[in-house]
Ligand binder design. Sequence first.
Ligand code: PMP
Length: 415
Amino acid sequence: MSAPLREPLPAFDPLRVRADFPLLTRTVHGKPLVYFDSANTSQKPALVIEAVDRFYRQHNANVARAVHALSEEATAAYEGARVALARFIGAGTPDELVLTSGTTMAINLVAYSYLQPQLKPGDTVLVTQMEHHANIVPWQLVCARNGATLKVAPISERGELIVERFVELLTPEVKLAGVTHVSNVLGTVNPVRELARECRRRGIPLLVDGSQAVPHMAVDVQTIGCDFYAFTGHKMCGPTGTGGLWARRERLSAMPPFFGGGEMIREVRFSGTTFADPPHRFEAGTPNIAGFVGLGAAVQYLERLGMANVFARERELLAYASDALRSMPGLRIIGEAPDKAAVISFLVAGAHAHDLATLLDLEGIAVRSGHHCAHPLMQFYGVPATCRASFAFYNTTDEIDRFVAALDKVRRLLV
Ligand code: PMP
């Protein structure tokens, strides 16, 4: 692994940064691509693609299983990615970071390893109305097995968590609370520090779903003060099938393993097995080594850009796009929290979200339409689906102009 590139570039040059992403130069349906689906998955800079390529060409071997040079190189690269990621999210030590296939796996790990062994009939898990299915369904499954129930903290029409209600719902039966740092549909940034403080006061562990936060702002898990922090690599310029779960060492040490197999043991006997220390205790089997090598490169790239620059640039794009869309007849933006990430969910009166997205695609513009893995949120707003344009630092205001012009055109066709 090369040394971390911690110095941010002196000034953020959007066009120079955009040139780092080879895919952004392609056309779709004969039109230059406008990629506004980064909340779904981000595009990858050339240096991430090259890091994966280089790993397979020059270093490929399994990790921690052999003493030969390639295996040592692969292990160093994989563990180097853990070090880089731990630093990036403000973990105390790399041992506090379990490498997972993504947020979904990280939350399931907490559900089955931490929660299930202690959950009793009558207990509850508290989530919010704006959660992704990944922060709902694992809790439902564990609750159903153990006779426990799920409680839901409400949100306002603007898409903000009603913090007082969340706090009121933190009753003694709550054995864990789960909240998204940033909503993938509304863009709402939740006050996770405040929520963590309230949870701590009551001795209730808080899991924060950081999928939509880590790629877009500087995150420091220790400052947040939560108990578990889950995130996914493919939304932060890294390969798919990568991500992590952060928790303090004492917390991880107290958790039994969830998956069993190679790499997570100390000694296996038919009379009984002893397990490795965290984080390896939770990493059974061969991991996505090349993926984490790519994610390590992505972290270095983001560090070099500077997360403050990324944050500021994306807020600019959000403000620019929101202003343009607000004046469009019949357009309704879903999610108007004052503290909001660069995600705009919208509906056009008289047009179905899928029809809008299909026609926009013909113009070369990729937006997501659907329920965004947030059925309960769609139910709250009484809609089956929304269109969602989500921006990343590699997008430009020219692309937003093209998107707004195309949306105006397709709106007229449909309505
Ligand atoms: N939570 C949120 C808020 C998300 O946006 C996503 C990805 N759409 C996930 C969880 C799940 O992430 P993954 O599929 O990478 O595990």
